[in-house]
Ligand binder design. Sequence first.
Ligand SMILES: Nc1ncnc2c1ncn2[C@@H]1O[C@H](COP(=O)(O)OP(=O)(O)O)[C@@H](O)[C@H]1O
Ligand SMILES: Cc1ncsc1CCOP(=O)(O)O
Ligand SMILES: [Mg+2]
Length: 275
Amino acid sequence: MDEERTAEWWGRRAWALLSAVRARAPLVQCITNLVSMDIVANALLAAGASPAMIHCLREIPDFTPRCDAVCVNVGTLSEDWLPSMHAAASACRPWVLDPAAAAASEFRMEACLSLLALRPAVVRGNASEILALASRSIASSSTFKGADSSHDSGDALEAAKSLAQSTGAVIAVSGAVDYITDGKQVVGASNGVAMMQKITATGCAVTALITAFVAVEPSDALVAAACALAIFGLAGEVGMESAKGPASLRMHLVDTLYCLDEQTVTSRVKITLQS
Ligand SMILES: Nc1ncnc2c1ncn2[C@@H]1O[C@H](COP(=O)(O)OP(=O)(O)O)[C@@H](O)[C@H]1O
Ligand SMILES: Cc1ncsc1CCOP(=O)(O)O
Ligand SMILES: [Mg+2]
């Protein structure tokens, strides 16, 4: 790194990338799960991107090459959708993988591993998902909770580093602290509130936001992913100041993503280089 990456530097980068998303409105194709479609599209719109939930295999040759980036999420995987995911991931656009509930079945694990081989720029999962992917096994935990994590993000840090080294992708593990690594550097983003875990598909939404940030910063996926996670967490923190529970937090989080200003971002983003 040529430049010292202070807390102020990260705050300025996060603001610059959010501003670039707002200015350029990247077109983000989302092949995402049925639970997440609404919050993913609304989070992308609120951040300034253009979401398109298009997953028909026959449309991908025409549509995907015109996108700025692609988000693939296996949360409600079916045999019908997997070829579309492979085709979109192979369309020479920067793309991001969300291995939702990776350890749910052998079929899903195999699907995730086949997608990993198509070189995503970033993989964002919770700790249990990253541990499962790194072990290439569905048997990594006795406390399996499907799409939810049964581990803390720190538990998956070593797994994330080795997965980054073996795949060439930036790996982001979300949780109380989000860890982002390219296998050498590790960055921590500690914005967010625990209540975000009580809203379904916040993980999916932050994966989509990472995709929008990668669309405007394709040459530095580590910085793009860290800034997107911090901005999303900050939207949760500010949203929580007006929320009464998960449903109103969902609304306030989306409103805050739309309203975030330079002063709030540069003073409140919490990203640090861990190693
Ligand atoms: N305990 C926590 N404190 C603060 N933020 C959290 C916490 N747990 C999750 N988050 C945030 O919630 C979002 C979704 O993360 P997570 O719940 O880990 O994903 P998933 O929904 O895929 O399990 C991320 O932005 C993450 O930073
Ligand atoms: C509940 C559920 N079931 C299958 S996908 C899904 C949504 C998971 O979303 P997230 O990983 O963001 O919590
Ligand atoms: Mg998830």
